[in-house]
Design a protein around this ligand. Sequence first.
Ligand SMILES: Cc1cc2nc3c(=O)[nH]c(=O)nc-3n(C[C@H](O)[C@H](O)[C@H](O)COP(=O)(O)OP(=O)(O)OC[C@H]3O[C@@H](n4cnc5c(N)ncnc54)[C@H](O)[C@@H]3O)c2cc1C
Length: 291
Amino acid sequence: MNRPHTAIIIGGGIAGPATAMALAKAGIEATVYEARPGGADGTGVFLTLAVNGIDALRAIGPGTAAAAVAAGFPTPAITLRTHAGKRLGVTSTGGALADGTVPHTIRRADLYQALHSQALAARISVLHGKKLVSAQEGPGGVRATFADGTQARADILVGCDGVYSTVRQLIDPAAPAPSYAGLLNTGGYATGVPVDTAPGSYEMIFGKRAFFGYAAAPVGRPGGSPTSPSAANPHWGRPRRSAPRPGGSGSPRCMRRTPGQRWSSSPPAPASPRSSRSTPSRTCAGGTPAG
Ligand SMILES: Cc1cc2nc3c(=O)[nH]c(=O)nc-3n(C[C@H](O)[C@H](O)[C@H](O)COP(=O)(O)OP(=O)(O)OC[C@H]3O[C@@H](n4cnc5c(N)ncnc54)[C@H](O)[C@@H]3O)c2cc1C
């Protein structure tokens, strides 16, 4: 396959605009196609941006990483407790970068906003109301068809369409579908609730059939004052919605198709522009669906 110059990115959540900006750095013009009719500003609760994620955003653009970090607050540690309050221990949420940056808790909507603002500034188009339904590869590239009947063409197609990824199913129809793991989760934030923990430390309290986690946000950050609990972080309480693939490592995967045959799965590879170029396929899955 010749060097790609254009890309269709399916999904305008978190991975979509990030991938588009990364591709732009590699000289590939990407357009993002998002199923939702409008943006997701204000949707979702919290997630933790790990240091490798912050590092990846820096590789895309220092401004992107700075905007994301500025919108969150540092959460370097987790304290684990029993239901009776007994302290079981403290653990790191994931170390620190060379400059001392630690994992940050950020509202999903703020991360979304930071990434989309930066993508807009980089002149990346994000088209809404474009739900991918099928994709066909040909010698000249990939043709994507959307639920509204419109089509788009590009040299490659990258799936950033979340846990219920259509792209993943198109690449590998035999891939296991997400399955309910028996765990329910909810999260939110509140002000005016006194707690005795320092800002930046998660408290995770184990019960017999549930656990509760919270972190206090610094003044001026989402959640309110130093004495108000902030995120009950959905990340740790989330159901594992994708069943593991047999022999899978949990690493991102790209898929390839051998000529004249059905899709097959390649060995785990980074979900990056490099990995999609290094396979013969023009269609690749990144972000959530690959995990
Ligand atoms: C609205 C929303 C709120 C969320 N809130 C939280 C949260 O509070 N905490 C947390 O830990 N995680 C949350 N998540 C999940 C989290 O964002 C992702 O797991 C993670 O950030 C990886 O991002 P992603 O871009 O791979 O997937 P997502 O962030 O899930 O983005 C996938 C995008 O693809 C779009 N899409 C799906 N199918 C198609 C299709 N066929 N054609 C075109 N577009 C398609 C979706 O509408 C979505 O915008 C949320 C996801 C969404 C969509």
